[in-house]
Design a protein around this ligand. Structure first.
Ligand code: MG
Ligand code: MG
Length: 251
């Protein structure tokens, strides 16, 4: 069942997401060569708590950290570790969320640390662009898979791999709610979008295959061919007009 939030619940979603935007802004500034992925997690978790939130990833199905930190060919769900050091030339995907007064937020960014090649820059840029192209369809009266198809179409010319084993999702009083939101083309149109739905839209895109594997830690998802991957996610609100993107960084 896809939940519809009333005005009071939407206000709480907005606040949860606003705080997460602050977290992402500060995490970006924290990233630099020489810090460990555990340093990133510790910084992020303490910031979430300082802002009055609870990290919703921590202990989610046993995940041991507040921030998923995934480097290069790691697509998502990288487990922070003291011995994993971020190097100049890496790309780092940060995925995190928080709970504020019972309401969840969820967003992800991929950052280049130092200098990366032009095709990697394009990967990051085009992944983000596919999110924005996708949500052009995210309005009441359209159908859910209109978003999926628009994301897939946006990425078509780049020759990218679009991860199919992981999807976006509804979000609210739970981190993962119905519906599941594919980032690839769908033949059916899916459920009708309604005002008051809150959705996490999150394309995961690779420079090679769409095929992914799970490492032995049972969390880290890597590309099957070692190609680098990018992830961009925001929590959005469906309205009768343009969607509201709730998790953007403050300007
Ligand atoms: Mg996420
Ligand atoms: Mg998500």
């Amino acid at each position: 069942m896809i939940t519809i939030k009333n005005e009071e619940q939407i206000a709480l979603m907005r606040e949860s997401c606003r705080l997460l935007g602050i977290v992402h802004k500060e995490l970006k500034e924290f990233l630099r060569p020489g810090v460990s992925t555990l340093d990133v997690d510790s910084f992020g978790e303490s910031l979430i708590r300082k802002l009055g939130g609870i990290p919703n990833f921590k202990n989610y199905n046993g995940f041991p950290a507040a921030i998923c930190v995934s480097i290069n060919d790691e697509v998502v769900h990288g487990i922070p570790k003291a011995e994993r050091i971020i190097r100049d030339g890496d790309i780092v995907s940060l995925d995190c969320g928080l709970i504020y007064k019972g309401y969840h937020s969820d967003a992800a960014r991929t950052h280049a640390v130092g200098d990366v090649s032009d095709n990697v820059k394009a990967l990051i840029r085009d992944t983000e662009k596919s999110f924005w192209d996708g949500i052009k369809m995210a309005k009441a009266g359209n159908h859910l898979y209109d978003i999926s198809n628009a994301i897939a179409e946006s990425l078509l010319d780049g020759g990218y791999g679009i991860v199919r084993d992981l999807t976006g999702h509804g979000i609210g009083t739970h981190l993962h709610e119905d519906p599941s939101i594919p980032n690839f083309e769908m033949r059916r149109r899916g459920p009708k979008l309604k005002q008051g739905m809150t959705l996490a839209i999150e394309p995961m895109v690779t420079l090679g295959t769409d095929d992914v594997e799970w490492l032995d830690d049972n969390w880290t998802v890597v590309t099957a061919d070692g190609s680098w991957a990018s992830h961009y996610e925001n929590t959005i609100l469906i309205t009768d007009g343009e969607p509201e993107v709730l998790t953007l960084e403050p300007v």
